[in-house]
Structure formats: structure tokens, C-alpha cells
Design a protein around this ligand. Structure first.
Ligand code: ADP
Length: 158
């Protein structure tokens, strides 16, 4: 079975993330979406909030599992027997960071490969941090995030 792990902060999940999730669910036998919890990082939505949102967004996909993981992604892959980490890339600027991250993960566990899916052109400008900023100023974020995420952001900034 070809299983992938798709890790990220997803703070909050955007239509760009969702597009990658849906395309990957068609490509691979199984996928674990791993909500990363880094104790040194501050998040806008709690891990549980991000978990609930993503769970709802992928509930129609039978081969997708959502988990919260406090630790290294390569350790999660090892624990679950996944051999591939999936990352999405938007512009060339993303690649710089993603390339280094994949080298780091490779050094930590050479058995686990990183593969990339390029974003859909509709979503290449979407970034969780910019969406949070837009929402803070009550900008129009419809079309950038799923409705349940727009609603959650609206509530936070009420
Ligand atoms: P990070 O935890 O590195 O900040 P995110 O949680 O924002 O990353 O995103 C998780 C993954 O989804 C990353 O591989 C990131 O490049 C990718 N991603 C983020 N936004 C998009 C988008 N609009 N289209 C495609 N991939 C994206």
C-alpha cells in the first residue's frame, strides 16, 4: 500500500491545502494529514480547532486520516510505516525552504522520501498568514478558504 503523510500547520487550512489533499487522495492509496504541533511555535487556531476543521473538510474522502502530532514528521512516518512525505509548493520561493526541509528530513531518516505537488494556479497566492491578516481587517476571504474556515475566522475577529 502506497501511503503518504501530508504535514503542515494548516493555521488555518486554505483552499490551496484542500486542493492538495483532494488531489493526493486520488493519487495514493492512503494519506495521513498530520497537524504539526511545535511547542516553540505560536498558533492562531489550537490543534484541536485545526483538527476539527480539516476532519470536516475531508470527511467524504474514505482513504484519508487526520491526526495531531507533537514531534518530528519523520518519526510519525516511521511509526506508521509511511515511506513518503508530501508537501505542496506554490512559487519558486517555497521551493528554497521545502528543499532544505526535505534534506533535513532525509538526514534524519533516509528511508523516507519527500515528494512535491505543485499548487493549482487558482491557489498559488494563498498563504495562511496572509489570510489571517486579511480576516483581521474584515477583508473578503471567500474563495480563499472553505466556508467553515471563513466562519471560524469571522468568529475569532468578531
Ligand atoms: P508550514 O507548516 O510549513 O507553514 P503550511 O501548514 O502552511 O506549511 O502548509 C502545509 C503544506 O501545504 C506545505 O507544504 C505548504 O507548502 C503547502 N501549501 C500551503 N499553501 C498552499 C497552496 N496555496 N497551494 C499548495 N500548497 C500549499
Amino acid at each position: 500500500m502506497f501511503k503518504v503523510v501530508y504535514p503542515g500547520s494548516f493555521d488555518p487550512p486554505t483552499n490551496g491545502h484542500l486542493d492538495i489533499m483532494r488531489r493526493a487522495a486520488r493519487l495514493f492509496d492512503a494519506m495521513d494529514i498530520v497537524i504539526a504541533v511545535n511547542p516553540n511555535k505560536e498558533y492562531f487556531f489550537s490543534a484541536e480547532e485545526r483538527f476539527e476543521m480539516i476532519k470536516k473538510l475531508v470527511e467524504d474522502l474514505g482513504n484519508v486520516n487526520v491526526v495531531i502530532w507533537q514531534g518530528l514528521v519523520v518519526d510519525y512516518a516511521k511509526k506508521t510505516g509511511a515511506k513518503v512525505i508530501l508537501r505542496g509548493v506554490r512559487a519558486l520561493a517555497d521551493f528554497d525552504y521545502e528543499f532544505e526541509l526535505s534534506m533535513l528530513n532525509k538526514a534524519l531518516n533516509p528511508e523516507v522520501e519527500t515528494i512535491f505537488l505543485t499548487t493549482d494556479q487558482k491557489y498559488f497566492v494563498l498563504r495562511s498568514s496572509s489570510i489571517r491578516e486579511l480576516a483581521a481587517f474584515h477583508g473578503d476571504i471567500s474563495g480563499m478558504v472553505p466556508d467553515i474556515v471563513a466562519e471560524a475566522l469571522r468568529k475569532k475577529f468578531e
